[in-house]
Design a protein around this ligand. Structure first.
Ligand SMILES: C[S@@+](CC[C@H](N)C(=O)[O-])C[C@H]1O[C@@H](n2cnc3c(N)ncnc32)[C@H](O)[C@@H]1O
Length: 210
């Protein structure tokens, strides 16, 4: 089955995420900013980077190499044209994190927000483990499962609804177990709630040495 992310226009995705009733774009950028400030990575990889949400938070004096990865080549073109020139050390990779090699040098921080809902966890986490240097960090944002709230919020951007059949919300507990198998040890976690009623788990992992 073709991945529905390949057919969602970036403008639809970004407009959907910025709607006041959804309001997730700023939250995701803020979590990225927090991770950059906390870990001061020299090299960071943003997995499922879309059009580069949060890249404006990168301090080039601290972070010298920035890797953006996404399955959608059009998103990568947009992110590249937006940030080439303002963010030094950028490199982009079009890749499916479940099945493609992640062909870049391991980084100090891997940031992956709202992407694990769409992929096989063992395959993806195995690849991300190889992309993170021993002792480096993985910061994740997961949408928490809920009985009462649509997993994909209704909006005028109808293309987004194509995600419904392939989205699986993962509990933070299940994710931590899968991450441990891939060599990521949970260091801390918190829950965020938005005005929409949706809740998100932010987890920080350390990649085991060796
Ligand atoms: C919900 S969006 C999150 C985007 C971004 N983190 C943000 O702050 O807006 C999920 C992103 O992951 C990408 N994605 C989905 N499945 C993927 C896969 N198997 N491999 C790589 N990227 C994937 C999508 O194309 C999309 O850009």
């Amino acid at each position: 089955m073709r991945n529905p992310w390949l057919d969602i226009p970036l403008a639809d995705y970004e407009s959907h995420m910025s709607m006041p009733a959804i309001d997730q774009a700023d939250m995701l950028a803020a979590q990225f900013s927090d991770a950059l400030l906390r870990f001061s990575p020299e090299a960071v990889a943003v997995i499922g980077c879309a059009g580069g949400n949060g890249f404006d938070k990168i301090d080039p004096a601290v972070t010298r190499r920035v890797v953006g990865v996404d399955i959608n080549p059009g998103y990568i073109v947009a992110a590249s044209s937006r940030f080439e020139g303002s963010v030094p050390g950028l490199e982009f990779h079009v890749a499916d994190i479940q099945s493609d090699p992640l062909a870049f040098e391991p980084v100090d921080l891997v940031y992956a927000a709202l992407v694990f809902e769409y992929v096989s966890l063992p395959e993806s986490l195995g690849r991300l483990s190889g992309a993170c240097r021993p002792g480096g960090r993985l910061v994740t944002v997961l949408q928490m499962p809920s009985q009462d709230i649509h997993a994909v919020s209704p909006s005028p951007y109808r293309s987004i609804q194509a995600l419904v059949p392939c989205m699986r919300l993962v509990s933070p507990e299940e994710f931590a177990g899968r991450a441990a198998t891939a060599g990521f040890l949970l260091e801390s976690g918190k829950t965020l709630a938005l005005g929409s009623g949706k809740q998100f788990a932010v987890q920080m992992y350390r990649r085991a040495d060796g």
